[in-house]
Design a protein around this ligand. Structure first.
Ligand SMILES: C[S@@+](CC[C@H](N)C(=O)[O-])C[C@H]1O[C@@H](n2cnc3c(N)ncnc32)[C@H](O)[C@@H]1O
Length: 266
């Protein structure tokens, strides 16, 4: 008789292969992975932890906002088509994507519909709960996981994902450089990053709105600064700006073997 114990196996989907730590889902289905050290929360981040914000954000504000901010009609369908096209070379119908600071997971859900395996990341539990509900309602919950974590401390191994996206969150994230550096770190060579953010307005109502938003911790880094934060391991593929709406696509360069001292050395 074979008395060998059958080891208990935890079934971990491929999208969590690079996850650092035990994959334990709480009662809401969310994987808790907040770093021990908390960022100091700004007012915008605190508001985003309210269930009411999570319920209203996407349908009331998100789907209209780019049209208002771009100064031209900019329907959400156009934004999502741009996102999918930007990532296509890295995903090609599949692959693993992190949607960082996802809110209700607008980007991640769209990419999951296109066949990607998606990990939604946010610090706000109400937003992650809402995102998972929407995934279930849309029939894509089998391709999505939700992880509660800080953008500046992504609980994924180096080079473990095919794409990392961030839609509109750079402006409130608090530590923009660290968040982008983390997205770059977890990308595999050839992996792609897509980031939509708002740049400074020169004048008019947008400038006034930005001044009023500043005390809430909202910041508006320039395009040049945002690109510089990506660092030298990324190749800029595309930079587009409509009004104050910036979209950046970049690709992680292949690891280059150390070539030793250059011709001028010595
Ligand atoms: C403007 S909303 C993002 C919208 C979403 N990406 C989209 O495209 O619809 C900002 C989101 O960033 C999240 N967030 C802000 N700071 C964060 C941080 N440091 N780490 C993780 N999530 C953060 C908020 O909880 C909120 O869900």
């Amino acid at each position: 008789m074979n008395n060998q114990a059958v080891p208990l196996r935890r079934i971990v989907p491929a999208r969590l292969a690079g996850f650092v730590g035990p994959v334990v889902r709480d009662d809401d289905g969310i994987i808790e992975a907040m770093a021990a050290r908390h960022a100091s929360w700004n007012p915008a981040q605190l508001v985003n932890r309210l269930p009411l914000t999570a319920r209203l954000y996407e349908s009331v504000w998100r789907v209209r906002s780019l049209g208002l901010l771009a100064g031209r009609p900019f329907p959400v369908g156009e934004e999502l088509a741009e996102l999918a096209a930007a990532l296509q070379p890295a995903l090609d119908g599949g692959g693993v994507v992190l949607d960082v600071a996802c809110s209700e997971g607008l980007y991640g859900r769209h990419l999951a519909h296109g066949g990607a395996e998606v990990v939604l990341i946010d610090h706000s539990r109400p937003f992650l709960r809402r995102a998972l509900q929407r995934c279930a309602a849309e029939g894509i919950d089998g391709r999505v996981d939700a992880v509660r974590a800080l953008a500046a401390h992504l609980p994924f191994a180096d080079g473990s994902v095919d794409a990392a996206v961030m839609g509109g969150s750079l402006n409130e994230i608090g530590d923009e450089a660290a968040a982008l550096a983390e997205m770059v770190r977890v990308l595999r060579p050839g992996g792609r990053l897509f980031c939509m953010s708002l740049v400074p307005a020169d004048a008019g109502p947008a400038r006034l709105a930005q001044l009023l938003a500043a005390p809430n911790g909202i910041r508006f880094p320039t395009a040049a600064r945002t690109v510089a934060w990506l660092g030298s391991s990324m190749r800029l593929v595309e930079e587009r700006c409509d009004g104050i709406v910036l979209r950046i696509t970049a690709e992680k360069l292949a690891d280059r073997p150390s070539s030793g001292p250059g011709p001028d050395a010595g």
